[in-house]
Structure formats: structure tokens, C-alpha cells
Design a protein around this ligand. Structure first.
Ligand SMILES: Cc1cc2nc3c(=O)[nH]c(=O)nc-3n(C[C@H](O)[C@H](O)[C@H](O)COP(=O)(O)OP(=O)(O)OC[C@H]3O[C@@H](n4cnc5c(N)ncnc54)[C@H](O)[C@@H]3O)c2cc1C
Length: 351
């Protein structure tokens, strides 16, 4: 059985990048091909490699580090909510800037001996009983288990000027930004059927909501609800988003008119950041909002040894839910390793 205690790998490749946290002492990434001690997992093999150090990945890593697991987090450093000033609707931490929240999360993981490295993973694949993870800078590491938490990419509607306000006055989520845009004139871009729901959600926060139907055909029931709630229906084709002195002015329509707005809401199409995981053969799950990796309630996938958490597995998870999913997956991975270690000990005792 493995020696209890936070056994740390001892060798470092020359490509080892600087640690992301100035407060934590540097801990080296293990050399990829150190020999494994007989009958035991190699010191060069991490118990768990976590790909993605957002709320989900770091919460999983925290559970694992506190369970004295050798855990390495590889993180590309561009979380989904980076364009926003603050994380909202997160209990006790509401208003924290997104990157500050993650810096605090990394410090938590590092305090218990977990290692967090800036790196963009380009491939993860099975390697015998282990997994082999390759980063774009050439670092290769191996792990007994994987926790994948790379999140998703929001595909915005094609409209000139839209992207400039993304995360400030161009928003998608009433819980993340609704309070901040309350009482403004809010224009909802109708690009998917979710626009009706979005218009009604933002109507809870402002009595000046307009739905620009654009590509949307409204059914009778939807129309009745919108009209009854005082949502103005604006037909026509938007051609651009206009600003003055940095502030949103509104949406220019094809007929030349301007629909004035102090906030614009969009429905993004959500794509999992799953390209590096193709060789693992994971399954996809599709719903009305986007695509995610399929997993059970604890984040376990159909591939033994691979867990997923956060937006990679659940497009609707906000920061709190993503962290909860990561923590749950981290706990289950530790439980799985506990049983594997017990089996190794039984085999060693019988030998
Ligand atoms: C504009 C905006 C504002 C938001 N505001 C809020 C809010 O106020 N409150 C709230 O609760 N939610 C908010 N959200 C939702 C929030 O962003 C998600 O809930 C949260 O980011 C999900 O966490 P995650 O860990 O799953 O993914 P992420 O936070 O996206 O983290 C994934 C991490 O994986 C890394 N990564 C990706 N690919 C790789 C790779 N190949 N190799 C290594 N690392 C990789 C990324 O760099 C990133 O650091 C907002 C979303 C948006 C778009």
C-alpha cells in the first residue's frame, strides 16, 4: 500500500513553468518516465491529474489534496466568466472578481500540497492502466485517474459590435447580471426559442423589456405570455450594436431605426472544451442550450477512471454548482482510489 502522507514527486523537466501563485513554494512536475516502484504506482505518476483549474477543477483538487492524494492541476487560465467584473450569486463570496476567486482557490489547493501549473492540455489518452496527459508546451504527465473540468465556450450571435459588451452590458444570465442591469431598457435578441424564457426572466428585473424577434417565430402561447407581462415585441432584423462613449446605445435595425437599450441579452450556443479528450472516447450529451460531456450524478463518465465536472458536464452550472460538482467528483475519485489501493495491498500481501 502507498505510504500515507503527501508524497511529492521529486524530479522536474526543464520545461516546468513557474507556479501560478506567488504565495506557494514551487513544487516540481514529475518527470514522465521515472520507473515505478515494484507493485506500487510510480512516484512519477500522479494519483489524479485535473485538467482545468476553474471552480470545478479546483474544488475537485481541494478534496483530493486534503485526502493526501498527489494531485496536479493543469490550467490554461482563461475561465469562462473572465470578461465579467465580478462573480455574483455565490454565497459569501458575491462580488469577488473571477480571477481573484480562482487565485484564492489555487492557494487553497496548494496549502494542502496540491500542485497547480499553467498549461494548456492538448491531449489526454489511456496509457495501459494509466492516463497520459500532454500539454501544448510539451510536458507529459501520467495519472491513475483524470478529472476533466475545462468548461465551455460561448458562441455569440453574429452581430457587429455585440462582442465588445460581452459580460458587462451584453449578458446571458439573469442570475449573474440581472441585478446589475435591473430597471434598464433591456433588449432581448431572439436567436433561439430560449429567448422567450430569457425575456420573461429579465422582465422580473425590469419593466422595460423588448424582444427583438429576428430569427424567431413566436407561438401563440409564448406571445400571449409576453404580451400579458408587458414585453414589447419588435419585429425586424438587427444589423449592429451601437455604443457611445463606451456605453450601449441600442440595436440598429435593417430599416434604419434604433432600438434603444441599456442592456442586451443573448442566448449563446455552448460548446464543451473537449477537443483534447477525443482519444478517451467520452460520450456527448445534447440539450436545448448546448452540448456537454455525458456523466452520471457524481461526474463519473462511461470511461473507467475519468470524471468530469462543471460546465464541461453541465452547461447550466453556475460557479457554485460547478464547484459543488467538482468537489463531489473529487470525493468519489478519492473513494475509488482508496479501493484500488486496498486491492493493491491485498495483492502485495498475498505475493
Ligand atoms: C460573462 C459571464 C459571466 C458569468 N457570471 C457568473 C456569475 O456572476 N456567477 C456565476 O455563478 N456564474 C457566472 N457565470 C458562469 C460561470 O462562468 C461558470 O459557472 C463557471 O465558469 C464554470 O466553472 P468551470 O470550472 O466549469 O469552468 P471555467 O470557469 O470556464 O474553468 C475552466 C478552466 O479550464 C481551463 N482550460 C480550458 N481548456 C483547457 C485545456 N485544454 N488545458 C488546460 N486548461 C484548460 C480554462 O482556462 C479555465 O481556467 C458567468 C459566465 C459568463 C460567460
Amino acid at each position: 500500500m502507498r505510504t500515507p502522507g503527501p508524497a511529492r514527486p521529486t524530479t522536474a523537466p526543464s520545461t516546468d513553468p513557474a507556479p501560478p501563485s506567488a504565495t506557494a513554494p514551487p513544487v516540481p512536475v514529475p518527470a514522465p518516465d521515472s520507473p515505478a516502484p515494484e507493485g506500487q504506482p510510480s512516484e512519477a505518476v500522479w494519483d489524479v491529474v485535473v485538467v482545468g483549474g476553474g471552480a470545478a477543477g479546483l474544488a475537485g483538487a481541494l478534496m483530493l489534496a486534503r485526502s493526501r492524494r498527489r494531485v496536479l492541476v493543469l490550467d490554461a487560465g482563461d475561465p469562462r466568466n473572465a470578461p465579467a467584473d465580478a462573480v455574483h450569486a455565490l454565497l459569501a463570496l458575491d462580488g469577488t472578481p473571477p480571477l481573484e476567486l480562482l487565485a484564492r482557490g489555487r492557494a487553497d489547493v496548494e496549502r494542502y500540497g496540491g500542485v497547480v501549473r499553467p498549461a494548456r492540455v492538448s491531449e489526454a489518452r489511456a496509457d495501459g492502466d494509466l492516463f497520459r496527459v500532454t500539454a501544448a508546451d510539451g510536458v507529459v504527465v501520467r495519472a491513475r485517474r483524470l478529472l476533466l473540468a475545462t468548461g465551455l465556450v460561448d458562441e455569440l450571435p453574429e452581430l457587429p459590435g455585440l462582442r465588445e459588451g460581452w459580460g458587462s452590458d451584453v449578458v446571458h444570465c439573469p442570475f449573474c447580471h440581472g441585478w446589475e442591469v435591473r430597471d434598464r431598457a433591456i433588449a432581448v435578441l431572439g436567436t433561439t426559442p430560449m429567448a422567450v424564457h430569457q425575456a420573461l426572466m429579465f422582465r422580473q428585473l425590469s419593466d422595460r423589456v423588448r424582444l427583438l424577434t429576428w430569427e424567431l417565430a413566436l407561438g401563440e402561447e409564448d406571445l400571449a405570455r409576453l404580451v400579458a407581462r408587458g414585453v414589447e415585441i419588435v419585429p425586424g432584423t438587427p444589423v449592429g450594436v451601437e455604443r457611445a462613449d463606451g456605453a450601449l446605445k441600442g440595436v440598429r435595425m435593417a430599416d434604419g431605426s434604433l432600438v434603444e437599450a441599456g442592456a442586451l441579452t443573448v442566448q449563446t450556443r455552448m460548446h464543451p472544451r473537449a477537443e483534447p479528450f477525443g482519444p478517451l472516447g467520452l460520450e456527448l450529451a445534447e440539450n436545448a442550450m448546448g452540448t456537454a460531456l455525458a456523466a452520471g450524478p457524481t461526474g463519473a463518465t462511461s470511461v473507467p477512471g475519468v470524471w468530469v465536472a462543471g460546465n464541461l458536464a453541465d452547461v447550466s452550472a453556475q460557479v457554485g454548482a460547478a464547484a459543488a460538482q467538482g468537489a463531489l467528483a473529487g470525493g468519489h475519485i478519492n473513494g475509488d482510489l482508496v479501493m484500488a489501493d486496498a486491492d493493491l495491498a491485498v495483492a502485495a500481501a498475498a505475493a
